[in-house]
Design a protein around this ligand. Sequence first.
Ligand code: GDG
Length: 466
Amino acid sequence: MAAGDQKWSFVVVANRLPVRRVWEGDTAQWVPSPGGLVSALRPVMSGNPDAVWAGWTGVPGPGTEPFEVDGFQCHPVSVSQGELQLFYEGFSNATLWPLFHDALVPPEYHRTWWDAYRTVNQRYAATVADLAAPGATVWIHDYHLLLVPGLLREARPDLRIGFFLHIPFPARELYIRLPWRAEIVDGLLGADLIGLQTQLSADNFCRAVNRITGAKTTGRVIQHNGRATQAGAFPIGIDTDRISRLAADPAVQARAAEIHQTLGSPRTVLLGVDRLDYTKGIEVRLRAFRELLAEGRLSVDDCVLVQIAEPSRSQVTGYAEVRREVEQMVGDVNGNFGVMGRPVVHYLHQSQPIEELVAMYLIADIMLVTPLRDGMNLVAKEYVASRPDNTGVLVLSEFTGAAQELRTAELINPHDIEGLKSAMEAAARRPPAEAGPAMRTMRRVVRSNTAQRWAERFLDRLEACE
Ligand code: GDG
């Protein structure tokens, strides 16, 4: 049988393949992506002769031949340069992303974007329909592919289809603004099981379905077009072992000590680690920090804030603005409060290796996770997994999925700047030992719900679907 004709009993489909292209001089090679999804699926996929991952390589243009990296069988789906703009930057990231994050920037509705979204979703669905063995299990991921479950169900009624949404599902009142709300709900209801990050998202989804289709919902089982679809909360975890191992690695610990010294050995290090995205509330925490310095409630003599802002979606509406705003605020704080040779905010608009991030988690006395809305937020969990001595305070927005699990974090409302300031000030004054009980509880939660457990729970439930 030719490689291209092979059929697979487990197919994962996501916008991107679990690999990225790395150049060394003139030669490029594929290496596994570091994300949580890849770690979560490694146990079920790596070295499994019956499992394949379909997705885009990240390079626009015609797809390449199927290939294998790190035991993952990869089947590329092509996305052209034009589609990248309309389907990815447009409908996925300038319509769905803002709408699903409480319309923090106004979502744009363009029929040309929608047409491209449908075309690309049809291509993904056709690819999977071709790859899947009779009765295979297919797991589709995220907001780029909302139509794939329905398209696939039409082509291959024999398949068991699961879908997981990594971002929040918005309140029904917001969702129904979408001109293509019915098509998208129909697309999703092609799945047997729809996983969301939180109970709230699952409720929002069921309410939207009910309003749009009139479908009967009992518990979280939706009856529509003669089929049943289950919806449920499956909060994603991290690769806890990997992060804990890095936190215990002497080289990472040495690097942590070195960074701490470079920062001037401050008594309190505050840290933010995010993709540079308007949902993450980076400017909120900078404003709070600035006001605390101005009011003399924190001092530049013993406090430093480090903000890692990984470059992200620079071509999409809203991202250049948030970058400008964040950088202007960093300049403002340093200009007003910094000392020659000793800035008070250290800002890096660069992607960092995970070892470097864990080194920073190790020296962070206060971790600032202040999104205005976030599906889960893995950074909060990574920080907790990096604190084996149970020290450190996690200041965590109520509007993250993580806040549903990490109940002993310092929960804050990012819209309430005074509340955030009080939490930051209290955290800075708290003796390290006092953080112990709260951190211990959070560590138990993070250890018990790893990325691998999350995948098992979802797939077990999917297998149990009638
Ligand atoms: C989406 C949802 C949901 C960050 N900077 C660097 C870097 N990171 C890594 C972190 C973490 C990951 O990226 C970010 O994950 P988040 O969960 O915080 O956020 P999103 O990217 O928005 O993820 C989110 C998630 O999907 C999973 O379902 O939790 O709600 O929005 O792992 O460590 N990694 C490296 N360099 C960086 O500079 N290597």
